[in-house]
Design a protein around this ligand. Structure first.
Ligand SMILES: Nc1ncnc2c1ncn2[C@@H]1O[C@H](COP(=O)(O)OP(=O)(O)OP(=O)(O)O)[C@@H](O)[C@H]1O
Length: 225
């Protein structure tokens, strides 16, 4: 669904990423690790078409990203859910309103979608917090709200950047369970993380591939995890 072919990226100086090949196929689960500054967030931004490859090709849902205009990029992004470590919300809107925002923005805020919203809030365990304001949420609740907002448009691909970075172990496991469930529904998942315990836990549940950025290249991490 999203494919990087021989991609390199540079912010201006030397290449940060070189010769990257990556295919996020339906139902695949990838972890992305590597030292701080290795380029994990940059790689996610290339997948989200937020950055354009300096060299090589990015294909999204069969379309060459280099040939996409603004509308084309927006169409692709509607099929990709993004979860950041520091998820931002509109603090004057309730949890439910924040989660529903992508529906409103895309003009799909029809009454029948409201039932889906309720189901989604229940799925992430926030149905009783639906009227709370974002500043009232705990870190784990914020991450689950961010995940609900990322999946409300039923994306095919989910990109998560350190989604458990601020969470305790119990809450990290809860978020992992939600990601595994989405993966079992056929979504392609890519999670950038430093948390090797989380990766070990996930590998007991899904056939996840673990990739590591080292010396600008993408490697398959070995059994040393
Ligand atoms: N907009 C930018 N302009 C110039 N350099 C940048 C820009 N964004 C990131 N960088 C640099 O690119 C390198 C990789 O950053 P990136 O955020 O992709 O790494 P990361 O592996 O996600 O790191 P971390 O694990 O600390 O989040 C860093 O050295 C960073 O300073």
């Amino acid at each position: 669904m999203i494919e990087l072919r021989d991609v390199s990226y540079s912010y201006g100086g030397d290449a940060l990423l070189s010769d990257i090949d990556l295919a996020l196929a339906p139902g695949s689960f990838h972890f992305l690790t590597g030292p701080s500054g290795a380029g994990k967030t940059t790689l996610l931004k290339l997948c989200y078409l937020e950055l354009r490859a300096t060299r090589g090709e990015v294909h999204a849902f069969g379309r060459d990203a280099a040939a996409l205009g603004r509308d084309g990029v927006a169409q692709v992004r509607r099929r990709v859910g993004l979860v950041h470590q520091d998820c931002r919300f509109l603090d004057h809107l309730s949890v439910a309103e924040n989660v529903a925002l992508p529906l409103v923005v895309s003009g799909q805020d029809a009454p029948e979608r409201r039932a889906e919203l309720d189901e989604l809030l229940r799925w992430v365990g926030l149905h009783r917090r639906r009227d709370a304001l974002p500043p009232e949420l705990s870190g784990g609740e914020r991450q689950r709200a961010a995940l609900a907002r990322a999946v409300i448009m039923a994306p095919d691909v989910i990109l998560a950047d350190e989604p458990t970075g601020n969470l305790d172990w119990e809450m990290s496991l809860r978020l992992l369970t939600l990601l595994v469930e989405l993966n079992r529904m056929g979504k392609a998942i890519l999670v950038a993380t430093h948390d090797l315990n989380l990766i070990r836990q996930a590998k007991a549940q899904v056939a996840a591939r673990v990739l590591r950025i080292r010396d600008r290249q993408l490697q398959v991490a070995g059994a040393d995890l």
